[in-house]
Ligand binder design. Structure first.
Ligand SMILES: Nc1nc2c(ncn2[C@@H]2O[C@H](COP(=O)(O)OP(=O)(O)OP(=O)(O)O)[C@@H](O)[C@H]2O)c(=O)[nH]1
Ligand SMILES: [Mg+2]
Length: 173
């Protein structure tokens, strides 16, 4: 099993990555570029899972070299589970990328990271309803404290592809 951590820049992907993988980490350059990425492993229920900290990207329509690498890494891992990391205090900004990744047929789970920041700002998010509409696991996380990470891992294991059209139908209801 392989997990890609994807999301906008500065949403906490790397802190989450370190939480998931601990010390077993390899830094690499993407072939032919100067774009760094990090790859590591974690054990989940006796199974070794590869985890990749993908460079931050705003969309799957790359605007610079780092975004290009992010999209290539996604497309080279057709069987991967994608954990989309969203800043919970700016949630609508992150959902577009989620929909793009879902639309390409990937199994997705969502980490609503920076949950502590959202709480401090008194931003209320109905996680249960969001999960119902999207049809994929949505887990609130605070990567810097580790809150929600265990649940994120366990819920990510059971995720399956969903249809974007079905999501839009549920939004209209
Ligand atoms: N308060 C709070 N800060 C966080 C959380 N997760 C990450 N941070 C902080 O947010 C900043 C960005 O975290 P990174 O993990 O570097 O973000 P990233 O998504 O890897 O960013 P790029 O690699 O630039 O795409 C750092 O200062 C982290 O310490 C969180 O859940 N809560
Ligand atoms: Mg990073």
């Amino acid at each position: 099993m392989k997990i890609l951590l994807m999301g906008h820049p500065n949403v906490g992907k790397s802190v989450l990555f370190n939480r998931l993988t601990g010390a077993n980490v390899i830094e690499s350059n993407y072939p032919g570029t100067t774009i760094d990425y990090t790859k590591g492993y974690m054990r989940v229920g006796g199974e070794e899972v590869e985890v990749i900290d993908v460079p931050g990207t705003f969309s799957l329509d790359p605007k610079d070299k780092a975004e290009e690498v992010a999209v290539k890494m996604l497309h080279e891992s057709r069987d991967a589970t994608v954990i989309c990391v969203i800043d919970a205090s700016k949630i609508e900004r992150g959902l577009y990328l989620v929909l793009e990744i879902v639309e390409e047929g990937y199994s997705v789970a969502i980490a609503l990271n920076m949950w502590d920041v959202a709480e401090d700002k008194n931003i209320k998010i109905d996680v249960v309803n969001l999960e119902r509409i999207l049809g994929v696991p949505v887990v609130s996380t605070t990567a810097i404290s580790g809150e929600g990470i265990k649940e994120l891992v366990s819920r990510s294991r059971g995720t399956a592809p969903v249809e974007v059209d079905d999501i839009f139908e549920r939004v209209e209801d």
